[in-house]
Design a protein around this ligand. Structure first.
Ligand code: FAD
Ligand code: MLT
Ligand code: ZN
Length: 526
């Protein structure tokens, strides 16, 4: 039962309900697509050479399965072009033969977008891993799409710069995948979205045309900004082959505080104080709840509780990055004194050296992997008004405890004071645990439901409830992970029909045969 607070919210929910088609399992294989033939493999060999064409079933396994182990395809071939010309020749062939294609980067996506649904041809950018140029004056980096994010960060670090995005998957995700998902990450609060920092890109369209938009200009008002279409397109419009990106100066001083607060409402007060008092040096404001902490301490080896024994329900990671260690420390200490004196913060620690900074970040960044270690996980990545963010976690906990008491009962979540506390004890809580964490400063909640295995019984309690709740609160059902296969039927919860219709027109204009990443992002036409 939903309460509508305004007419606007009510009409939003109505169009959402009317135009949503839930992704209940995968759609049927589209009969327009051809099946792979030996002559196709011969053509791919002629373009890429034998090393660039993977057909052995064992070697294909990682290309067919996503990071979560939730989505599995059955491709018979993965192609590894090294150059834009090779990529163009492959796509031109696939288009003429009506072979469906899935672009794949580091395969760290969390919505099933990077793996085939059926037998689509995987085009992997793993061998497109060259830095093309770096301008040390402007800080603009131009790199092939398959460069690993962390490797690029190390590259620009040598010149005193850093990448404008950072995320837990940095060791394996690729810049082309980051751009194609419009990844947000841990420092969007400071450096903004890729829609701002990507200056140019090169993409191969399905017909094989190369769209060279690889400029490094800060300002360029000549016609429609076509590169924006590919940022967040999730491989449905073309293959991104190179990216030009603006890198900010690498901060000389980084400080991290880890704080315990009594409620999510108080966490918001601390955010307001941080924005006012830390101003330009504030670079991250993240939160994790006690369930997230407990699961991570238990399931991710090497993690340590920065506040052992503290039973607070919500923890914050507050980071400053600047050019003067003394200036930043002074600001951060004053801020911490202020929030402590006001009684907003129950307990806290300030990392004393880079090892402690890493330790705190490992805890926050490691939640995703810890949840994966625990078992299966239903992941939701929603944007909401900050004031509403945590209510969804609490309501989900209550809902699951009521509906499935044998699986979710006595969950030790934030505010419940129950077991599974954040002390790294052996208690792994009930089979179903609801964890909330995310980018508080950006209004981005990661609601995660850790379960023993994926099941219809559990899923029906979560979906479409979580999407309806989000639409009801004028949120977005995908803040940063994209729609992929998981939410291809859910765009209507966050976009009106007119917007979806324009998206379909763009898709038809760029990919008239629909070969690029079918079944993903847009719902099938009724
Ligand atoms: P893939 O997973 O390979 O692909 C993702 C999508 O982009 C697919 O639809 C694919 O078809 C398409 N694609 C990939 N490369 C290209 C290309 N060259 N051209 C066209 N389409 C392409 N996301 C966030 O936003 N913020 C986070 O903080 C964050 N943290 C994460 C932490 C972990 C531990 C993990 C596993 C994932 C995390 N993610 C996060 C999700 C994920 O979106 C990002 O890791 C990343 O942006 C995906 O990059 P990738 O190279 O792995 O892309
Ligand atoms: C994060 O912020 O940790 C990532 O988006 C991954 C996740 O949601 O688990
Ligand atoms: Zn995130």
């Amino acid at each position: 039962m939903f309460l509508t607070s305004s007419g606007q919210a009510r009409s939003g929910l109505l169009w959402a309900l009317r135009h949503v088609r839930r992704a209940s399992g995968a759609p049927a294989r589209d009969p327009r697509f051809a099946a792979l033939e030996d002559s196709d493999l011969q053509f791919f060999d002629s373009v890429l050479g034998a090393g660039g064409v993977v057909t052995d079933p064992h070697s294909l396994q990682p290309f067919n399965e996503d990071w979560l182990g939730k989505y599995k395809g059955s491709t018979r071939v993965a192609l590894k072009p090294k150059t834009t010309e090779q990529a163009a020749a492959i796509l031109r062939h696939c288009n003429s033969r009506r072979l469906a294609v899935v672009p794949q980067g580091g395969n760290t996506g969390l919505v099933g977008g990077s793996v085939p649904v059926y037998d689509e041809v995987v085009v992997s950018t793993v061998c497109m891993n060259k830095v093309l140029s770096f301008d040390t004056v402007s800080g603009t980096l131009t790199a092939q799409a398959g460069c690993i994010l962390e490797a690029l960060d190390s590259h620009v670090a040598g010149h005193g710069y850093c990448m404008p995005l950072d995320l837990g998957a940095k060791g394996s995700c690729q810049i082309g995948g980051n751009v194609s998902t419009n990844a947000g990450g841990l420092r969007l609060l400071r450096y903004g979205s890729l829609h701002g920092s990507v200056l140019g890109l090169e993409a191969v369209l399905p017909g094989g045309e190369v769209l060279d938009l690889l400029t490094t200009l800060r300002k360029d008002n000549t016609g429609y900004d076509l590169k924006q279409l590919f940022i967040g397109a999730e491989g449905t419009l073309g293959l991104v082959t190179a990216v030009a990106i603006q890198c900010p100066p690498r901060p000389l001083a980084v400080n991290v505080a880890y704080l315990a607060v009594p409620t999510f409402a108080v966490a918001q007060q601390v955010l307001v104080a941080a924005k006012r008092q830390l101003g330009e040096v504030l670079s991250a404001f993240e939160f994790l709840d006690r369930e997230s902490l407990a699961i991570t301490l238990r399931h991710l080896p090497g993690t340590k509780d920065p506040l052992p024994g503290c039973q607070a329900p919500i923890f914050l990671v507050v980071e400053t990055s600047g050019s003067s260690a003394a200036h930043d420390s002074d600001k951060l200490e004053r801020f911490l004194e202020g929030v402590m004196e006001e009684g907003l913060v129950l307990d806290g620690v300030l990392a004393q050296d880079s090892a402690q900074v890493q330790q705190v970040w490992q805890l926050r960044e490691g939640i995703t992997t810890a949840l994966r270690h625990r078992g299966a996980v239903y992941k939701y990545d929603v944007s909401l008004p900050i004031s509403q963010m945590y209510a969804l976690v609490e309501e989900m906990r209550t809902r699951l405890t009521t509906a499935l008491p044998h699986l979710a009962g006595s969950s030790g979540g934030a505010g419940s004071g129950g077991g599974g506390g954040g002390d790294g004890s052996d208690d792994d809580g009930p089979p179903i645990r609801v964890a909330g964490y995310g980018h508080l400063g950006d209004g981005n909640l990661h609601l995660n439901i850790s379960v023993p295995g994926y099941s219809k019984e559990i899923c029906e309690q979560i979906e479409p409830y979580v999407y309806e709740w989000t639409a009801q609160h004028r949120g977005s059902v995908s803040a940063e992970h994209g729609l992929g296969l998981m939410k291809a039927g859910c765009i209507g919860y966050s976009k009106p029909p007119a917007a979806v219709a324009v998206m379909r027109q763009i898709k038809a204009a760029l990919d008239p045969h629909g070969i690029m990443n079918p079944y993903k992002v847009l719902p099938p036409e009724l």
